[in-house]
Design a protein around this ligand. Sequence first.
Ligand code: TXA
Ligand code: MG
Length: 314
Amino acid sequence: MTEIGKDIQKAKAILEAGGLVAIPTETVYGLAANALNPKAVAKIFEAKNRPSFDPLIIHISTFAELHKYTSQSLGQLTEIANKFWPGPLTVLLPKRDIIPDVVTSGLERVAVRVPQHELTLSLLSSIDFPLAAPSANPFGYVSPTTAQHVYDQLAGKVDYILDGGPCQVGVESTIIGIEDADLVVYRKGGLAIEDLERNFEGKVRVNDFSASNPSAPGMLKKHYSPDKQVLVYKDGESYDKETAFLRFSSPISGYSYQFVLSESADLAEAAARLFQGLRALDQMPVKTIVIEFVPEVGLGRAINDRLRRTIAEE
Ligand code: TXA
Ligand code: MG
């Protein structure tokens, strides 16, 4: 039985006993287990149907805990972490032995973040272990931004869903690390690359997604995929009536099935509504979803990255 509620004590007890709890964050809901308990972590992969080679992010409540799990300090990333944690930022750092290999899929670096959500931060500060948590969706599907989304897809597979309301940011965290003194962005996300550039002295490099990128084995090309066929909108093309449209700021005339991300063309609002929109379109009585890209600036870069993956080949 899966229950939804706001009971931190209950969530804590389940996690301490090696169970799974879905947690709210500002980005998307996570499917959490005690990161120091390999058996509990293994349950995450089972529940998500996720290939076990995909490493997980660990969530901590404060900066000060970082040294317990990583063998190197933030170094050049200190200022950025100071400024943006808690927030939609994940940092890759060399791991200590206390982090089991099942968490990092045997990689030398562990992904760490301090999420920005009151309920989850109080849960994290009440336990003495970090939480390993991927997004709480079945592998390859759209990430959940409400407790109900988690329930719809993982009921029976997660012990408790901590309901923290709808996620404010709506796309996953930006993942970064240092390589040869450059700041490398491994996944575009809820923290805009422009914000990183403004707050980093050196060079910022963006690793565009690729199925064969060895430093980020989990960043598969095909992801965030609705079950329906997804195509990119072409101006002047006429579409079947059984087509649904994902639009940035304005609907197109003549079609009944549409989802507009932000009527005021606000990219933050569009990001917050993106996954909800993809889910809504997937449930409409149509055969095809036609997407429109958004402006490639700020959070638009993370939105377009997710959209490209919905149409990528396997
Ligand atoms: O916003 C988020 O980051 C959400 C919330 C729940 O915190 N989590 C999330 O986790 O998006 P997930 O597992 O769906 O995506 C994490 C990505 C994966 O693509 C994974 O391959 C990559 O991070 N990753 C995790 N640990 C890594 C590591 N040690 N080295 C390289 N990539 C890593
Ligand atoms: Mg995910």
